[in-house]
Design a protein around this ligand. Structure first.
Ligand SMILES: Cc1cc2nc3c(=O)[nH]c(=O)nc-3n(C[C@H](O)[C@H](O)[C@H](O)COP(=O)(O)OP(=O)(O)OC[C@H]3O[C@@H](n4cnc5c(N)ncnc54)[C@H](O)[C@@H]3O)c2cc1C
Length: 538
């Protein structure tokens, strides 16, 4: 259902250009928030060729937020690690995380075409989200009140008028050019050959990373018995020669048992480590590959785009619905750009480990890893992926919490046990909007006493979480959902404070956190939250 004005121009609150994983996730989140949205895509359908292969726990949590976790996970191989090998085939580092801090395994194999198809089909749930496939966005004109888009569809011109526009139009983004942004960073001089197989003879369950200076390569398992190989190419191997079936067969034969496995795709790629130097004009916002490009060594390009989507969508919804002021949108780049860049830097570091320049450099680095793995905390640091930048914003829509460093973090997601012994995940209790999460033995009373309506955010769900060790879960009333932290994920927080109050944003990040000392009351918490909300007004 789309509105059109007297000139036939389609009108909406938010138009999204580009139906990749980033744009479609934003469309879901806006649809859920009741925002009139138009999603524009130049292709007839979503991608059919394999691209990203690794989806992380944070992205799965966003799929949970758009009520698609089960559908997405049906096509995912959950929970696999990666092992790093010397040129002699000796494993020198293992990354096999077992933690579930955000509710899901940290590394999971998926296929982008299946994820995109799931996202696309499920958009039909929202009558106020219109999808325009086979529409190329050619012109973008921004003025003080909104943005006009000129689209080309089957030779004819159509116009869309929106209050805000999201440019999730990929690596070659036209909207990036329109807002006058440039990509900064670098491009890798090495090219890589990607070979996707329909089935595999390789029985190794983890990602195998061969850090052989002569020919680094990676092989990753996928759902349904598929497999990907990524081989670094040498400078003298030109793209034409490297693209032949014979060349791929030769590399597969040297790599292991997949010499004769069925190949579905071969493609030569050059990788980039870049980000836009500006992420928005007043009314046009870049997201996903349009805003940042990561080499694939950390498997984070799409995952970063999904983080952008969750961050930007609730802010756009709050502003177009008039619940918060437009200054809220200024926090988007401030929060997202440093984090996206931290993950690009991680990918570059992993690239250096995978692509040692000489046998001597490889031996030095690999021996250092092996020695370090004898020290248990260092071993755990790698195995549990503690090197991955935390989902944490140092500044933005958040209020400091006296050194606790909880504000700005993605809140852990434990299973909660309710008084009737039923179990619920934290985010199921939270729902889709803001939530007050009281944590600690006194959480039930604190949640009940906090006047969340006074914060001015509209409805806020109240949740009380008691520590794992407390066996008697408080009785619930109609205003407060109560549960016991079955996984003890809030244990580390409670080591610093007996009770805490947290204002949780719709993207599961902490906006306000307050340690409840005798000097602090629920009233002081509400005052901090009100001050934060007032900063979004012009
Ligand atoms: C080989 C390879 C391996 C990768 N592995 C991983 C991985 O393991 N994990 C991971 O997280 N990421 C990985 N990535 C990165 C990931 O694929 C991308 O980051 C992701 O697809 C970006 O999503 P997006 O929605 O931002 O952009 P895209 O998926 O590029 O979507 C942009 C869309 O915009 C449309 N569009 C563009 N211009 C217009 C226009 N003018 N009008 C209308 N529509 C337009 C395009 O047709 C396209 O559908 C990998 C990438 C490659 C190439």
């Amino acid at each position: 259902m789309t509105d059109a004005n007297e000139t036939g121009t389609l009108t909406c609150d938010v138009a999204i250009v580009g139906a990749g994983p980033t744009g479609m996730t934003i469309a879901h989140l806006l649809g859920q928030a009741g925002v009139r949205t138009i999603l524009i895509e130049r292709n007839a359908t979503t991608v059919t060729q394999p691209r990203a292969v690794s989806i992380d726990d944070e992205a799965l949590r966003t799929m949970q937020a758009i009520d698609l976790a089960d559908e997405v996970i049906a096509d995912v191989m959950l929970d696999y690690g990666s092992n790093y090998f010397t040129r002699h085939g000796v494993c020198f580092a293992k990354v096999e995380p077992v933690t579930r801090e955000y509710g899901y395994p940290r590394r999971n194999a998926f296929t982008q075409p299946k994820l995109e198809a799931t996202l696309r089909d499920a958009l039909a749930r929202y009558p106020h989200v219109t999808t325009l496939f086979e529409h190329d966005c050619e012109v973008v004109e921004e003025d003080a009140e909104g943005v006009t888009l000129v689209l080309r569809a089957d030779g004819a011109e159509r116009r869309v008028r929106a209050a805000y526009v999201v440019g999730s139009d990929g690596a070659r983004s036209n909207l990036r050019r329109v807002i006058g942004a440039n990509l900064v960073g670098s491009t890798y001089k090495q090219r890589w050959l990607i070979v996707d197989l329909a089935s595999t003879q390789e029985r190794f369950r983890q990602t195998r990373v061969m850090c052989d200076p002569a020919r680094p390569f990676i092989t990753l398992p996928g759902p349904g018995g598929i497999r990907r190989y990524e081989f670094m190419l040498h400078e003298n191997e030109n793209e034409e020669a490297a693209s032949t079936p014979e060349f791929a067969r030769e590399l597969l034969a040297a790599a292991g048992p997949d010499a004769d496995s069925p190949v579905v795709r071969r493609q030569v790629y050059t990788f980039h480590a870049r980000k836009a130097d500006k992420w928005n004009s007043p009314r046009v916002f870049l997201a996903g590959d349009a805003a940042h490009l990561s080499p694939p060594f950390a498997g984070q390009g799409m995952n970063s785009g999904i983080r952008d989507a969750h961050n930007l969508a609730w802010k756009l919804a709050a502003v177009v619905k008039g619940r918060m002021g437009p200054r809220l949108l200024d926090t988007y780049e401030r929060e997202r750009a440093p984090h996206a860049w931290a993950l690009i830097e991680l990918a570059m570091t992993m690239g250096r480990i995978m692509m040692p320049k000489s046998n001597r450099q490889a031996a030095l680095m690999q021996n250092a890893f092996r020695a370090a793995s004898l020290v248990p905390p260092v071993q755990a640091y790698f195995a549990q992926m503690k090197y991955k930048p935390k989902p944490y914003y140092e500044e933005g829509f958040l209020a400091g919490d006296g050194g606790l460093a909880t504000a700005g973090r993605m809140l852990s997601q434990p299973w909660l046990e309710r008084r009737d012994r039923s179990r619920i995940r934290l985010d199921e209790a939270v729902g889709h909007g803001f939530a007050l999460v009281a944590i600690g033995p006194g959480s039930q009373a604190l949640a009940a006493q906090t006047d969340v309506e006074a914060i001015g955010l509209g409805p806020v769900t109240r949740i009380a979480v008691v520590p794992q060790k407390i066996t008697l879960v408080p009785r619930e009333d109609e205003d407060v959902i109560a549960g016991r932290d079955l996984d003890n994920l809030f244990g580390p927080l409670l080591a610093k404070a007996e009770n805490m109050l947290v204002l949780l944003r719709p993207d599961r990040y902490v906006a306000v956190a307050l340690r409840m000392t005798p000097a602090q009351t629920p009233g002081s918490f509400v005052e901090i939250a009100k001050r934060l909300v007032s900063t979004t007004q012009l």
